[in-house]
Design a protein around this ligand. Structure first.
Ligand code: FES
Ligand SMILES: [Fe+2]
Length: 356
């Protein structure tokens, strides 16, 4: 498949529709996701438990991992037993020893092999290959990211977010499992991202959100692997109270929407943060992890960040409708609006650069 997306948005055509449904393209994306930083949660996950298992991008990377906290230090380990490959840790808990439920191999929470029954006669044992391998982690404040095959620094990705949002006390943002969920839609992951990357559809698809935001002032900027969209409120109610020295001081900002390539969205509202992790499951199936971090509970019902469930539902519906369209033989590529779709164009250029 040839992307052939022109750098000049005025002449560019969108990526071929094949990208959104081909099995082969979907399989080839694995290498791109392997080299990308992935958000796995904030340090609240290890507040009451010192081990927390998960699967990295289930459906795409399928990498079982455990976040562990050992004497204050957070690490990410493989959750695959070094004996014969069973999954070691099944649920988050507080423990000194990880015990594999298959034949009883034991590991300490830093991943070191501790004990294995019936292995007295085994030669050259234990060796480094008997410990649980470490998966590389990176942090932005209390946010935890992991990567399988690191080619770039996490700070390059989170830098634009740190520049603008660094003034926020992220350590006071509490993860709210009861306000978080995961759901699936029948559409390609990149269509979900395309849709996220423009405010062009807001007046048509999100009638209520449109009452909160000033459409003419909606602003998009793209820097390397990040796209930032800024939603300006119609009034100054439910907007950010920015520090005096902040670059956006004087603007009525209702929301900062950061897209971190290839699949993460960090949406800051005056009440806190909502993160979307977009997980490709199949070419036309996507899981969205929707994680909520609350800072100022009293502001949660107000402004652009108030009825997010409704907005998500509306986005899910439109994206599923587009999936049906891009699978048609009658459609291949479209064009971009130079005033409203610079974010989508930038995303497509990044796909063109990193895919394969
Ligand atoms: S697979 Fe874990 S002890 Fe055998
Ligand atoms: Fe939307």
């Amino acid at each position: 498949m040839k992307f052939d997306v022109n750098e000049d948005i005025r002449v560019a055509r969108t990526i071929p529709s094949e990208f959104y449904h081909s099995e082969e393209i979907f399989r080839n994306l694995k290498s791109m996701f392997n080299k990308s930083w992935q958000f796995v949660g904030n340090t609240d996950l290890l507040e009451t438990c010192n081990v927390h298992p998960g699967i990295l991008l289930e459906g795409m990377l399928d990498e079982p991992y455990i976040l562990t906290k050992d004497r204050g230090r957070i690490k990410c380990l493989s959750n695959v037993c070094t004996h014969r490959g069973n999954i070691v840790c099944k649920e988050a808990c507080d423990t000194k020893t990880l015990v594999c439920g298959y034949h009883g191999r034991q590991f300490s929470v830093d991943g070191k092999l501790k004990f294995m029954p019936e292995f007295e006669e085994v030669e050259n044992y234990p060796g480094p290959g008997d410990n649980l391998p470490e998966i590389e982690t990176g942090f932005w404040e209390n946010m935890i990211f992991v990567i399988n095959d690191r080619r770039c620094e996490l700070a390059d990705l989170t830098g634009p977010m740190a520049d603008r949002m660094g003034w926020l006390p992220l350590d006071k943002f509490r993860f709210k499992p009861e306000l978080s969920r995961s759901y699936e839609i029948n559409a390609n992951w990149a269509l979900y991202c395309d849709n996220y990357l423009e405010g062009f559809h807001i007046p048509h698809v999100h009638k209520e959100l449109n009452r909160e935001l000033d459409y003419d002032e909606y602003h998009t900027e793209a820097v390397e692997n990040v796209v930032l969209q800024i939603g300006i409120g119609k009034g100054d109610e439910a907007t950010f109270d920015l520090p005096v020295s902040h670059q956006d001081q004087g603007r009525n900002i209702a929301a900062y929407y950061f897209f971190l390539f290839p699949n993460m969205m960090f949406n800051f509202y005056p009440w806190g943060l909502s993160v979307n992790v977009v997980e490709p499951v199949e070419p036309a199936r996507t899981r969205i992890q929707y994680l909520t971090y609350v800072w100022k509970e009293e502001l949660r019902g107000k402004g652009a960040g108030s009825d997010l469930d409704k907005v998500e539902l509306e986005d899910g519906e439109i994206v599923e409708s587009v999936q049906k369209g891009v699978m048609s033989q009658a459609y291949d590529r479209g064009r971009y609006s130079p005033t409203r779709e610079t974010g989508v164009h930038h995303f497509h250029l990044l796909l063109q650069k990193f895919y394969g």
